[in-house]
Design a protein around this ligand. Structure first.
Ligand code: PEP
Ligand code: MN
Length: 339
């Protein structure tokens, strides 16, 4: 349930209500807005008698049930958008961030060439997989910690922030040591042990939508991370599996404005995995800006035909540069609409 405190409610009253919520068996999450404080009480069910009792307590304006199955990530509980700060990059403040880089970190030359190219074109975050979730056990599985070190070196050289995937609970610590943002891949969206562990990490998480996940399941997975203690979660639409085989996945662009209605978390779009086709990335990048996403993730490789993974969907650095120029007017239009 949500307990909305009166505008002038005291700390003592907020603490008292939090204690009563605990006494009823829920966990209180105090959310301080600019005008008033609300306390989200999360737990199994919202009992009518608890709501009634809290309604009449001192300092309480109102108490009502949370209708959505996801609670802390929902706009019902928190209207203010979540803004994530990564160094000097902010995500979710109405601006548009671009994350770019190779699917896999393959070596120093490949990563540095890509990083230098994407920063020059205006990207602010470097992506690159060091732990790779591959369909076949015989395919390249990633450079592991060596790859993480290269990503950290690229950050030093370029000033780019770094995002990389964590595949396993066992690797959370080492990935969190090197990365600025930890990515949960589509195949792990419902790896609940991993999600819980990421709740304890003090770094932002980007959660990718599962291959066959509904929006509700997607948001419930984000809820796992937030309810375990980490509020800095962004969502990434990367396409879902449908009957259509002409593209690698079906990029569900409708999910973006829908997620913006349902959740205060930032939303990123990945047209590379969303289509699997280089030629489709630039048009969908423009759409991504137009529909109100907070950012974009694209794969870039200096020699896509030689890439160890996802070459067919990787942009050449010059194509990436072109994409960056093409999205500029859409970003400017958005800014003029909000000003
Ligand atoms: C990736 O970003 O390299 C990746 C494996 O993506 P996804 O989990 O969306 O398939
Ligand atoms: Mn990839």
């Amino acid at each position: 349930m949500i307990v909305a405190m009166k505008a002038g409610a005291t700390e003592e009253q907020i603490n008292h209500i939090s204690d009563r919520i605990r006494g009823f068996g829920y966990t209180p999450h105090v959310i301080r807005g600019t005008e008033r404080t609300v306390i989200a009480a999360v737990g199994p069910g919202d009992k009518k008698e608890h709501i009634e009792q809290l309604k009449s307590a001192d300092g309480v304006e109102n108490a009502f049930p949370i209708l959505q199955p996801f609670k802390l990530v929902s706009t019902e509980v928190k209207k203010q958008r979540t803004i994530i700060r990564v160094g000097d990059v902010t995500i979710g403040d109405g601006g548009f961030v671009v994350m770019a880089g190779p699917c896999s970190v393959e070596g120093r030359e490949q990563l540095m060439t890509t990083a230098e190219a994407v920063v020059k074109s205006g990207a602010s975050i470097l992506r690159g997989g060091a732990y790779k979730p591959r369909t076949s056990p015989y395919d390249f599985q990633g450079m592991a910690e060596e790859g993480l070190k290269l990503l950290a070196e690229a950050r030093e050289k370029t000033g780019l922030r770094v995002i990389t995937e964590v595949l396993d609970t066992e690797d959370v610590e080492v990935v969190a040591e090197y990365a600025d943002i930890l990515q949960v891949g589509a195949r792990n969206m419902q790896n609940f042990a991993l999600l819980k562990k990421l709740g304890e990490v003090r770094k932002p998480i980007m959660l990718k939508r599962g291959l066959a996940a509904t929006i509700k399941e997607f948001l419930l997975s984000a809820e796992y991370i937030v309810t375990h203690g980490n509020p800095d979660v962004m969502l990434c639409e990367r396409g879902i599996r449908t009957f259509e085989t002409a593209t690698r996945n079906t990029l569900d662009l409708a999910s973006v404005p829908l997620l913006n209605e349902l959740t205060h978390l930032p939303v990123i779009v990945d047209p590379s995995h969303g289509t699997g086709k280089r030629s489709l990335v630039r048009p969908l990048a423009k759409a991504t800006v137009a529909i109100g996403a907070d950012g974009l993730m694209t794969e870039v490789h200096p020699r896509p035909e030689e890439a160890w993974s996802d070459g067919p969907q990787s942009l050449l650095p010059e194509e990436f540069d072109k994409m960056m120029r093409e999205i500029e007017p859409y970003i400017a239009l958005r800014q003029s609409e909000t000003n």
